[in-house]
Design a protein around this ligand. Structure first.
Ligand code: CDP
Length: 248
C-alpha cells in the first residue's frame, strides 16, 4: 500500500504550476484535524507528528488550561472563588505558539505547566465555565486563522472545531496510560511513581468526563483509535491514511 506521504505527493504532481499554489491552499484549508482523548493516550506526540508530516500547525489546548492553573496556584486563588478567577482571567495574556511553547504574561511557562501541582489541580480549574469560555474562544480564533491545523485536547471535536472534517479520539487502557506517563515523568527527572500517576490520571479522567460543560466524550463521526498496543508511528499512519482517504 502507498504511504500517505506518497498519496500527497501524487496529488501534488497532478497540479499545474499556475494552479499549484491555490490548489495546495485549498487542500490545506480542509486540514482541520481534531484529536481528543485522556491523559497518556499518546495524543500530544501523535498530534505533533501528524502536523509536522502535513506541514500544518499544531496546538496543544491542554497547555492553555495548565497555564491558567499555574497562575491560580501562584496567586493562591481557590478555583471556587469564581469572582477572583474571572478577575485573574481578564488580566491574563496567553500565547500558544505552533511549536508548542506557552507564553503567559510574557513569561515562557512551557516547563512550569508540567509540574505535579499543576497535574493535580488542572481538571478542577478546567471545569469552570468562565475558564472554558475564554480558552475555547481563543482556540476557535487560532483555528479560524490557520489554513491547516491539528488541535488536540478534550473537547476539540465536540466544542472547539465541531465542523472539522477529521476527528479522532485516542484511547488506551488506564494501566498502559499510567505506565507511559510515569515513564515520561521519570525521563524528565520528575520521579513520580506509577501508583501516584495511576491515581492522578484516573481522577482527572473522572472529573474531565463528568463535568457539565463540554466533558471528555466521543462525538458522532469520530474515529476511535485504541493505542494500547500500537506504536506512535502506527497511530500516526492510521490518522494520515484516514485523512488522505477523506480528502480524496
Ligand atoms: O497531557 P495530558 O493528557 O496529561 O493533559 P493535557 O492535555 O495537558 O490537559 C490537562 C487538563 O486540561 C485535562 O485533564 C483537562 O482537565 C483539561 N483540558 C480540557 O478540559 N479541555 C481541553 N481541550 C484540554 C485540556
Amino acid at each position: 500500500m502507498k504511504s500517505p506521504e506518497a498519496l500527497i505527493l501524487t496529488k501534488k504532481r497532478y497540479l499545474t504550476d499556475d494552479l499549484e499554489k491555490d490548489s495546495e491552499m485549498s487542500i490545506n484549508s480542509q486540514l482541520k484535524i481534531a484529536i481528543d482523548g485522556p491523559a497518556g493516550s499518546g495524543k500530544s506526540t501523535v498530534a505533533r507528528e501528524v502536523a509536522a508530516r502535513l506541514n500544518i500547525a499544531y496546538i496543544d489546548t491542554g497547555a492553555m488550561y495548565r497555564a491558567i492553573t499555574l497562575k491560580l496556584l501562584r496567586r493562591r486563588c481557590d478555583p471556587v472563588d469564581h469572582g477572583r478567577v474571572e478577575e485573574l482571567l481578564k488580566q491574563t495574556v496567553l500565547e500558544v505558539l505552533p511549536g508548542g511553547r506557552v507564553i503567559m504574561d510574557g513569561e515562557d511557562v512551557t516547563a512550569a505547566i508540567r509540574a505535579p501541582e499543576v497535574n493535580a489541580a488542572v481538571s478542577r480549574v478546567a471545569e469552570l465555565p468562565a475558564v472554558r469560555r475564554k480558552m475555547v474562544q481563543q482556540q476557535q480564533e487560532i483555528a479560524a486563522a490557520s489554513a491547516g491545523i491539528v488541535m488536540e485536547g478534550r473537547d476539540i471535536a465536540s466544542t472547539v472545531m465541531p465542523q472539522a472534517p477529521h476527528k479522532f479520539y485516542l484511547d488506551a487502557s488506564l494501566p498502559v496510560r499510567a505506565q507511559r506517563r510515569s515513564q515520561e515523568q521519570q525521563d524528565k527527572g520528575l520521579p513520580l511513581s506509577y501508583e501516584n500517576t495511576f491515581h492522578e490520571i484516573k481522577e482527572r479522567d473522572r472529573i474531565d468526563s463528568e463535568r457539565s460543560h463540554s466533558p471528555l466524550a466521543i462525538t458522532p463521526g469520530t474515529a476511535v483509535i485504541d493505542t494500547t498496543s500500537l506504536t506512535i508511528e502506527e497511530v500516526v499512519q492510521l490518522i494520515l491514511q484516514r485523512v488522505n482517504r477523506q480528502k480524496d
